[in-house]
Design a protein around this ligand. Structure first.
Ligand SMILES: Cc1cc2nc3c(=O)[nH]c(=O)nc-3n(C[C@H](O)[C@H](O)[C@H](O)COP(=O)(O)OP(=O)(O)OC[C@H]3O[C@@H](n4cnc5c(N)ncnc54)[C@H](O)[C@@H]3O)c2cc1C
Length: 428
């Protein structure tokens, strides 16, 4: 088998979604000899992508996906659900196609332990699954207690809404119940965290709702950072659509929240005055999902990996993808997790089939809705070099700063198109 060049692999990943163009690489087109048992923990953006593409690259491999929930509710577009633009069904997906079309054995249970020597995954239900290769894609956990007074119990009244579903709807109901002239406080976390533009898209779409329903209200973003993703574009959008309605308080101006008093609906910054909110949304600091930490895959909260294959640098034959992994400079996004899932699937298929390791390319695009008719984006292509993943110079970029209304409206259309195509690529 000839060694794959980087250019070849870019083409493979680019065409795999359509199922076309794989003739030059028979093993990736499914004609390989790969055999073995692969267990994947987590059926979100990373894990479900990995399962689906592994089936394409290695038709004879036994694939088991362990996912705790029967349905997956995506964080992408959850800000739009919270703002009343879409309903929860729009962002809810199930595992029927993975089970029936991709012949993935989907088990709804929680992985609670990994034995990297005996190569088993223990499930809460009592079973132990044997694996030859294990992929872990559990997403994030919130660091309860990192902000004084903010724990899991408090999130029942002060939502984080950083995992979509009931938390999204709780925040929605609170916005609906808020009086006109009220104050919404969003506490944005320090880096690294899931979805760098997410808190600012959230502020935008809350303002969009308030502008129509409660126009005298305000949104205050208390930030543990001194700058944020797509900042000039967001600020320009806020100026154009919601003048005077959204205020961003940088960490340097006392934006970092160190305490929450849920009873009095007040947040306390590290310096400066406390702030009351009619609705408070605390997005706490984050870490890799529990199973990654329990399985001793994490160091300082996140999982180091060989960024070419996503194999853990701690345990052999265990791969960590998505938000839980350290994949800088890729952001913790659904698109990035899905791209990593495909790269990881190709690496496992090559490895189990005795083929040369592919030379990967990764992509990410993050669209953000500032309103349903106004969106901005950032895109990047990444490759792997001697020092790990790097962004390809000149590929991607952010939306132009001074684009007109038509451009922003087109980007809003692309945002919906992006969502429909990635969710259908993964769960459709
Ligand atoms: C408000 C918001 C908006 C966002 N918008 C975008 C966007 O527009 N574009 C974008 O690309 N990204 C966006 N993101 C980021 C995106 O949601 C995440 O980066 C992505 O979900 C990460 O994928 P993952 O596979 O690592 O984790 P997830 O998608 O969270 O999947 C993890 C899965 O693992 C399961 N799981 C965890 N532990 C276990 C266990 N022990 N046993 C069994 N199952 C387990 C969970 O139930 C979950 O289904 C957004 C995030 C937020 C919060």
């Amino acid at each position: 088998m000839a060694k794959l060049t980087r250019r070849h692999f870019v083409r493979i990943l680019g065409t795999a979604g359509t199922g076309a163009g794989l003739l030059g690489w028979p093993w990736l087109a499914g004609a390989g000899q790969a055999k073995g048992r692969v267990v994947i923990v987590g059926g979100g953006f990373g894990g479900a992508s990995c399962a689906r593409y592994l089936r394409r690259f290695a038709p004879d491999v036994d694939i088991t996906l362990v996912e705790r929930d029967a349905k997956f509710v995506t964080c992408p577009f959850s800000n739009a659900v919270m703002a009343g633009i879409y309903d929860l069904d729009f962002i809810t997906h199930d595992y029927t196609a993975l089970r029936e079309r991709d012949r993935v054995n989907v088990i709804h249970d929680s992985a609670i332990a990994v034995d990297p020597v005996g190569k088993t995954v223990g499930l809460a239900g009592g079973d132990a699954l044997k694996y030859d290769r294990l992929v872990v894609s559990p997403g994030i956990d919130l660091q309860w207690g990192a902000i004084e007074g903010y724990d899991e119990e408090t999130s029942a009244t002060i939502p984080h809404a950083w995992k979509a579903g009931s938390q999204t709807m709780l925040l929605r109901r609170q916005l609906e119940a808020m009086p006109d002239g009220g104050v919404v406080v969003i506490a944005a976390p320090r880096n690294p965290f899931r979805c760098p533009p997410g808190p600012y898209e959230r502020a935008s779409l809350i303002a969009h709702y308030l502008k129509q329903a409660k126009p005298r209200s305000k949104v205050l973003i208390y930030d543990a950072k001194a700058k944020f993703s797509k900042q000039p574009l967001f600020e320009q959008g806020w100026q154009a659509l919601y003048p005077g309605m959204i205020e961003w308080i940088s960490e340097t101006d006392g934006g970092a929240i160190e305490r929450v008093d849920a009873k009095n609906m007040t947040v306390y910054p590290t310096f400066g005055d406390p702030q009351k909110g009619d609705v408070i949304n605390v997005i706490p600091p984050q870490q890799a999902g529990a199973i990654a930490r329990t399985a001793d895959l994490a160091r300082d909260g996140w999982c180091p990996v060989d960024q070419r294959t996503f194999e853990s640098t701690v345990h052999q034959d265990v791969f960590v993808i998505g938000d839980a992994s350290i994949a800088n400079p890729m952001p913790k996004s659904g698109f990035a997790a899905s791209s990593q899932g495909k790269v990881c699937a190709a690496a496992i298929a090559a490895n189990l089939g005795g083929h040369d390791l592919p030379d990967p390319s990764y992509v990410n695009t993050c669209y953000s809705l500032v309103s349903p008719e106004y969106a901005i984006s950032v895109a990047a292509v990444y490759r792997h070099g001697a020092d790990g993943i790097y962004a390809v110079q000149g590929a991607g970029g952010v939306s132009p700063k001074d684009a007109g209304e038509t451009f922003r409206r087109e980007e809003a259309r692309y945002t919906v198109g992006w969502y429909q195509s990635i969710t259908s690529d993964i769960w459709g």
